[in-house]
Design a protein around this ligand. Structure first.
Ligand code: BGC
Length: 267
């Protein structure tokens, strides 16, 4: 073996080891309950589904899939979200096979959960911290305008148990490198696992497909990234579905069945 072959084979054994250390692959669905997602499991033309987790911006669901871990979210701090939170979260942790919890959605946006870093830290201590040691806990999920907000939150919540950091990303389909820079900047800022719980390339379906051919291998190969969910099974974006589903669109097939780690498979 040449020196470069030895290095390449060592690097690939490291990659296999780090992949094997994860209990699951990384791909998931951000899916409102009225969007049918049961065709995202199983196999397609010999390729197995890579989708193994789901969430719905809520703390319970009526469409938990057998092939996916359901991850409850406390979307915001108003009583319509908090009243059922503890009952729902404990139910899914104790009986539903869930092992992770998500906190407030885009808190830096006035049209979303709309919290200051200090308000979010106080609420995190009330609603998330009781689950420390029982589940893996996610910070509030900021949009790609939320770097400063997240920095301030991490300071305000410095004594909190924060196991991973969810983020979102939306930008032009031609700017895949911007996604990479954004993810890497959050990995550096937080030193924690990152979940990309919403992301979508803005552009035609063909442009989104091209984007995913670069983005999925980047996300799969980046050890800092634990999970991700493309935004395409939601009330206001159904691009992963054919005419509202349940059949998958070609983009949905690509997202679901392109092989883990290398971007092979349908595209
Ligand atoms: C909102 C959720 C909504 C979802 C899908 C998110 O950005 O916060 O309330 O269900 O988008 O439309």
């Amino acid at each position: 073996m040449s020196r470069s072959t030895i290095i390449a084979s060592f690097a690939s054994s490291l990659l296999v080891a780090s992949v094997a250390a994860d209990p699951w692959p990384k791909r998931g669905l951000a899916a409102n309950d009225d969007i049918p997602i049961y065709e995202f499991g199983g196999s397609w033309n010999g390729y197995s589904s890579e989708v193994n987790w789901q969430y719905n911006w809520d703390s319970t669901t009526s469409q938990k899939q057998t092939f996916a871990e359901y991850v409850p979210m406390l979307w915001g701090t108003s009583s319509d979200h908090t009243t059922q939170w503890f009952d729902n979260a404990w139910y899914w942790l104790d009986n539903g096979g869930s092992g992770h919890l998500l906190a407030f959605n885009e808190p830096e946006q006035s049209g979303q959960s709309n919290l200051t870093p200090q308000q979010a830290a106080d609420a995190y201590i009330t609603y998330m911290e009781p689950f420390a040691g029982h589940a893996s806990l996610g910070a509030p999920a900021v949009s790609n305008d939320g770097y400063e907000w997240l920095s301030e939150f991490l300071q305000a919540c410095s004594g909190c148990t924060i196991d991973f950091v969810p983020i979102h990303w939306y930008n032009d389909a031609s700017l895949e490198s911007d996604l990479e820079n954004w993810v890497n900047s959050i990995c550096s800022l937080t030193g924690r696992q990152v979940w990309l719980t919403e992301f979508q390339a803005l552009g035609s379906i063909d442009e989104q497909s091209t984007f995913l051919r670069s983005a999925i291998p980047f996300l799969d190969d980046n050890d800092c990234v634990y999970r991700y969910a493309y935004f395409g099974t939601a009330d206001n974006s159904e691009v992963l579905l054919e005419n509202g589903g349940p059949s998958l669109s070609p983009l949905g097939v690509q997202y679901t069945f392109s092989a883990y780690g290398n971007g092979d498979g349908p595209n």
